[in-house]
Design a binder for this molecule. Structure first.
Ligand code: ADP
Length: 607
């Protein structure tokens, strides 16, 4: 384990400290009891053997046995209590495993959600479900502490065998210090070899495991696609099955190679360990037996010392294995720690957003340029524009001209690369982020309607104001459909969790998203291609009802269909990240520019 590995592992454990310190304390106590208990049995056996050889009375033998067994029972009981406490806590933590991760992913800067590296981290962590990774690390730590305490106990128990000059027996070479040192050196050499070999083989296993983890993530991705009927539509119609089969075949092949490699090194590790153990056992019994034969130690001591030395070598071997195992997980611990520590820059601003009764807000884009993280080209270029609250503004332009990006910047999903955006004259980065978000109700192109009850979808929470939700649904054009729902606002959207759930069409889902924006009652209403999934009749309904829908709020309406923006007095024409024209429909139509070009091109289809 490198220093970084330890640092990450302790940082992962540190996420427990504070809230769950009791888990760590019970883990340590549990491990100590687990390590010490077997030594009581070992010492008891040796003591009993010696007592039998010394013709001790039955009462004495009984007394030893009762004391030893009583001690073991007490320790087992304490161990049981700690195990129960520890497992119960761990079980609970696994139940809520996604919670800290999800909290983080909801709070982190939006741009990280699109970052391939961050996404990779999340996938690797999810393989263990966050807390499950912690559970794995804790269980390894438990075994490591047991092994470490076993080593200490074994050294303490066996020490007298090497410090026996006061036995007053003629020792010869067998009992000499030189012999003891030689024996110790051979044992330690064997242990060291076992440790090194274990480290090497387990390192290879960890390498192979890491290699296949990438393929596991891909396999999970394909399984997710194939598990849902929605996602299989394209696959079936476009006959992409063969592509997936080939992908799966490749993945299976790589996984098999990786698993074969792991099995190979596991077997080698096992073989080395068993051989070293057998050889150590042989040497220990020969040495201790010889010492007993020449009268330096008792027969009971042979039992105690031999068992202790074997426990020592076994514990050291296990430590090598466990440390490598821990090292394998330290990579994931690093992912977890780095993921949880990703900066939340958007939360740095502290200025409260002015709560204006008149709802007057002014927005200014001041020399704003923006490029997406990891990209080399500016998507918005030196954008300068102002607008006031209460205005209805439309943004038109070809696909890819930067319309949605403009909205993402205004809503602070991303921060500008250059320049600044001001609301009421203040750089939006200085505002309290949560309060700033309250200013906007947005229906994105790729809006999401979730498998929750309709009311919760509209209210974005479980606290639903029925009257307000019904009014929002009505204004969004979903009133009639809503009245036909037997369970009303409690109707589940989708059948994922409820058999009686209702499957909404694309248009109905879009109207639900519009109702959510209306329900929020924010000063800014932004609709990005809000009619894309609607039939022409519903589209007309949305245009006609738009004024009613947004009232006197600032509304930004984005569409590549120019006809849908005609009702706005202020139309911005985007082209390649710049606003190249601005004005009313009539003004723009008169100008010889992109707007007229697009208008004429589209008019052909509507003629
Ligand atoms: P519009 O809404 O006008 O269709 P967008 O604002 O969505 O255009 O996109 C503008 C440009 O930014 C496009 O070239 C698009 O490929 C690019 N783009 C959009 N989202 C991302 C992203 N997350 N990462 C990198 N480039 C992006």
């Amino acid at each position: 384990m490198s220093r970084k590995d330890w640092k990450n592992t302790f940082a992962l454990l540190g996420s427990l400290a504070g809230k769950h310190t009791d888990v760590l304390v019970s883990l340590v106590l549990l491990s100590v009891f687990q390590a010490v208990r077997p030594f009581v049995a070992v010492i008891l056996t040796g003591t009993l053997v010696d007592a039998v050889y010394a013709d001790a009375s039955l009462e004495t033998l009984f007394g030893y046995a009762a004391a030893g067994v009583g001690g073991i029972c007490l320790m087992s009981a304490a161990e049981g209590v700690f195990t129960m406490f520890f497992n119960r806590k761990l079980e609970y933590m696994q139940e809520i495993q996604g919670l800290p991760l999800n909290r983080k992913s909801m709070a982190m800067d939006y741009e990280y959600l699109e970052d391939v590296e961050v996404h990779g981290k999340r996938q690797r962590i999810e393989k263990f479900g966050g807390w499950s990774l912690l559970a794995l690390v804790l269980s390894i730590l438990n075994k490591l502490i047991v092994a470490a305490v076993t080593v200490i106990m074994a050294v303490c128990v066996v020490m007298p065998m090497f410090v026996r000059s006061n036995h007053g027996v003629s020792q010869g070479f067998v009992g000499s210090w030189l012999m003891s040192v030689l024996f110790l050196a051979v044992i330690l050499l064997l242990v060291w070899l076992e440790f090194r070999a274990g480290g090497y083989f387990n390192g290879r296993v960890a390498e192979a495991r890491k290699q296949i983890s990438g393929y596991e993530a891909r396999s999970k991705y394909y399984l997710d696609i194939l598990s849902g009927h929605e996602k299989q539509k394209d696959l079936r119609v476009c006959k992409q099955q063969r592509l997936y089969q080939k992908e799966f075949g490749d993945i299976a092949l790589h996984m098999k190679k990786g698993v074969d490699k792991m099995a190979h090194f596991y077997a080698l590790d096992m073989f080395t360990q068993q051989s070293a153990s057998a050889l150590t056992g042989f040497l220990v019994y020969v040495f201790a037996g010889t010492l007993a034969c020449v009268g330096i130690i008792s027969i009971g001591n042979v039992v105690t010392y031999a068992a202790s030395i074997l426990k020592f070598t076994d514990a050291v071997g296990k430590m090598a294995y466990l440390l490598n195992h821990l090292k394998g997980y330290a990579v994931f611990a690093g992912d977890y720690v780095e993921y949880m520590n990703l900066p939340q820059r958007k939360h740095e601003g502290a200025i409260p957003v002015e709560k204006r009764r008149d709802g007057k807000f002014s927005v200014e884009f001041d020399h704003v340029s923006f490029r997406y993280p990891g990209s080399e080209t500016d998507v918005l270029k030196d954008l300068n524009l102002k607008f006031e609250i209460g205005e209805k503004m439309a943004i038109v332009g070809k696909n890819g001209s930067g319309k949605t990006t403009f909205i993402k910047l205004l809503c602070r999903l991303y921060d500008v690369t250059e320049g600044c955006i001001k609301v009421n004259g203040i750089d939006i980065r200085k505002y309290n982020y949560a309060e700033y978000c309250d200013l906007f109700a947005v229906v994105f192109q790729d809006f999401q309607v979730f498998s929750f009850p309709l009311g919760e979808n509209v209210a974005s929470g479980s606290d639903v104001d029925v009257k307000r939700a019904e009014e929002a649904l009505e204004r969004a054009g979903l009133g009639e459909r809503y009245r036909r729902l037997k369970e009303g606002l409690n109707t589940s959207i989708g059948k994922e969790f409820e058999e009686n759930g209702v499957t909404f069409s694309g248009g109905e889902k879009q109207k639900t998203a519009i109702a959510r924006a209306i329900y929020k009652d924010a000063p800014f209403v932004i609709m990005d291609e809000p009619t894309a999934a609607l039939d022409p009749e519903s589209e007309c309904e949305v245009y006609a009802g738009f004024d009613k829908m947004v009232g006197n709020k600032t509304s930004i309406y984005i569409s590549h269909r120019l006809a849908s923006c005609r009702f706005c007095q202020d139309i911005l024409v985007f082209d390649q990240g710049k606003v190249i024209q601005r004005g009313s429909h009539e003004e723009l139509e008169r100008q010889n520019g992109l707007y007229r070009e697009l208008w004429e091109a589209q008019a052909q289809y509507y003629a």
